[in-house]
Every structure is written in structure tokens, then in C-alpha cells.
Design a protein around this ligand. Sequence first.
Ligand SMILES: [Zn+2]
Ligand SMILES: [Zn+2]
Length: 397
Amino acid sequence: MDWLSFAAKGLTGSPLWLVVLYFALVTQLTIFAVTLYLHRSQSHRGVDFHPLIAHVFRFWAWLTTAMVTKEWVAIHRKHHAKCETEEDPHSPQIHGIGKVLFHGVVLYQQACKDRALIEQYGTGTPNDWIERNVYAPLPALGPTLMALINIALFGAIGLAIWAVQMLWIPVLAAGVVNGLGHWWGYRNFETSDTSTNLTPWAFFIGGEELHNNHHAYPSSSKFALRRYEFDIGWVAIRVLSFFKLATVLRVAPALSERPNVSIPDMDTVRALLTHRFKVMGDYFHGVIMPTLKAEAERAEGQMERLRGKFRRALANDGRWLDEASRERMRTWVRERPALARVMEYQRSLAATLERSGRNGEALAESLRAWCDEAEKSGIAALEAFSRRIRGYQLVGA
Ligand SMILES: [Zn+2]
Ligand SMILES: [Zn+2]
């Protein structure tokens, strides 16, 4: 074989379809190494892998991302602990969406330099011989090896594949998930951050698309929580556990509804506390939105339409708006008595569920009072909502 044909076809001389298949497999494997191993297993302990599988992921992450397990885990845990504050390593609310989306890697590298952060949040990650002598001190060696392998297999096109491989995680994880996943999409849960689900069918970024679900239940190894949602990472976990190569440690508890529960009991309290983000999300969709619609119908097209940004802000009382916009939103609400009332009920329900450190019986008592008032309010959507949450209970937890 001469050099020219080696450069064109590599050692294998593979046809194009095989090259494309290779590309699809290696990028998917990188995504899995990050979402399954670094994220769901190492950072959140939602699932355990057989040592062999765990090491394959670890090796592959080193080979294709140059990221060190301890650093990734520490930065990610800090993101959850300090979400959307100055200390969040990559919040688009703080750094701006452009910065996180296009320069997420820079933010990641800055955070890596903070060794106190890495030590504080990176506990429990691998610290064996190969970690101390190869993976951690020689992060650039992995991608270098990967480049040589690709060139040997496919020649020049192998190098092109390598270049895209190297961009895969910086663009999709650091940019798209960390940036857009706190910026654009839908929310099932009123979590105390701005996380969003990008698409209900999550197969492109390993399930990480369902980022709002993940923030609601960080240690759940399953990200799809609604009937119509799909998480390819969870499928991989199920397949591996079928072959006894993975052990699921935690999944989000499910919620069921008991009919004809007349007053909230301790089961209701437990379910509402566990699912309070969902409850507040349901309140927005089931009570606030219909009230808004009814107002608009009453005004018969005379009412100025509330812009999307403000409409969404009603879900959390304008928490993420700037001061001036929040005041505008509140003035707008005050001028509409029915809406103002359901917003008032929203605030008191949120306050009830957020008050921690109280005993369950006291909480049940304030819930009963809330339901009692809600059901006498004369607002149909509110009454229906109250009757429904009375019967909530946890299943399979
Ligand atoms: Zn996040
Ligand atoms: Zn996480």
C-alpha cells in the first residue's frame, strides 16, 4: 500500500456506509459515557454499573473528551447545589445564554482551575492507580490516541471524524444542555431554577434533553417522567440491568390519585412534598392558564395579549424577570381580580409546601385549610385542582 491510498482509505479501506456507522457509534458511545457514567452514576448515584462496564465508560470518556471524572462530577454537583446563582459554574441567567451556549467549555475550564471546588464536590470518584497515573495527569493523551486510531482505520476522513468527535461534548453537553436546558423548552416541574426539557423524545443527547425532569429529581436514573416522554439513556440502563451489568439505585417515585378523599391526610402530605414541583407546575397549567383564558374571553379581544415571557413568568410569580418587568407583571395581574386571586392561592400553596422543618400533622392542617378555602372560592378550575390534590399519594416509593 502506498501513502496516497493510505491517506485516502486508511488501513481498512472501508466503504462510506461503514464510516458513517462508525461515526454514529463512537459519538453515541461518548454521549452514553457522559450521561450514564459521569452524570447518572458518578455525580448522582442513581445507578451502579458492573466494574467492567464502568471502566469501559471511563476509558471512553478519557479517549474522546479529555475530561477528568472528578472534575466533571464536582462541577456538575456544584451546578445543582448553587443553581442560577453567582456560584453556578454555567448558568445562562448569570453568564448570559450566548456565553454558555458557545463558550460553555471555557466556563468548564475556568471551573476546573478552582481546586477547592473540585476537592469539596468531587468526593467518591475513582482514585485508583490508572486514575492517578494516566487518566487524571494525561488528559490529552486520550484524544491523541483516538486521532491515531481513526487515521489508521480510515485515513484522512478518520481525522475529520475525530475533529467532530472532539466537538461533540463541548457543543452538545456544555453548550446545548447547560445553556438551552436552562433557557428554552417546556417545563413539567416548577423547580426553583430555570431548567427546561428540550424535547419530549430524548434520543439525540442520551436523554439529557429532559433537563427539567432531571432537576426535579436529580438522583433518579430515569429522566422520562411523563407517559409521552422517552429517554434513550434509560433504555440503555434497562438493557444493561437485564444482563446484570447495571443496578438501578433510584428512580423518581410515581404519583397516583385516590378518588373520593375528603380531606388531605398524611399520604397527601408525603405525596405533595415529594412532588411539589409537579404540583406547582400543574397549578400553572390547570388553574392559572384557564383563568387567563377566561379573562381574555370576557374581554372579547379588548384585552392586550400577555407576551409569552410574562405568561410563563406567572408560573413562578415573576422570579426570573428583572425588577421592572416583574412590577409590570404584578400591576397587570392586580387589574384582573380573578387572576389576582388565583395568584394569591398559588403563593400560599407554594409557601405551605416550602415551609420545611414543620411536622407533618401541622402541614396537613394548613393543607386542609388551603383546600377548604380553595373549594369555596367559586373559581371552577381552582376547585377542581384542590379536589384532585387531596387524593394524591406516592406509589412504589
Ligand atoms: Zn442544569
Ligand atoms: Zn445532574
